[in-house]
Write a protein that binds this ligand. Structure first.
Ligand code: FES
Ligand code: FES
Length: 165
């Protein structure tokens, strides 16, 4: 039997009736059409599906949509405000912290959490903090540089515009 859910998604109230077996990531992508949240494995290994639920990074493939009932959900689409990128997004843009971009939404969401938990994280701690997010392209070097730039608070203002690099 389908069940009603109500939550806030990227600042907007959303209600729906869902099959209780629906994964949160499926609901985000298929129902809300917020396809910036990716599915790389759906076994909680790659981190491509990372979103923020009640301000904490979670892997949306490892929970059900009904478990988000009453929560505040932020996806990668909800990070920028009025055409201005979140500083972490801008730092990835400035440091070329991506190649194909598949891992990037999850990387950005996890990186924000990482610095929230450990604002003064060392390079080693940043690398360890990313262990739940897999990137097959970059070798992680520019991803770490991006996080360090965001950490420094010196992201170039020109990188914050939400347009293609
Ligand atoms: Fe969720 Fe890979 S799709 S961790
Ligand atoms: Fe391609 Fe990370 S940029 S998987």
């Amino acid at each position: 039997m389908n069940v009603p859910i109500a939550l806030t998604v990227n600042g907007k109230a959303v209600t729906d009736i869902v099959d209780p077996r629906t994964l949160l990531v499926q609901w985000i992508r298929d129902k809300l059409q917020l396809t910036g949240t990716h599915v790389g494995c759906d076994t909680a290994q790659c981190g491509a599906c990372t979103v923020h639920l009640n301000g904490r990074a979670v892997k949306a493939c490892s929970m059900l949509a009904v478990q988000a009932q009453g929560s505040t959900l932020t996806t990668i689409e909800g990070l920028s405000q009025d055409g201005t990128l979140h500083p972490m997004q801008a730092a990835f843009k400035q440091c070329h912290g991506l190649q194909c971009g598949f891992c990037t939404p999850g990387m950005v969401m996890s990186s924000i959490q990482l610095l929230k938990d450990k604002p003064g994280a060392t390079e080693q701690e940043i690398r360890e903090g990313l262990e739940g997010n897999i990137c097959r392209c970059t070798g992680y070097h520019n991803i770490v540089k991006s996080i360090q730039l965001c950490q420094s608070g010196k992201v170039d203002a020109t990188a914050t515009t939400a347009t293609a690099a």
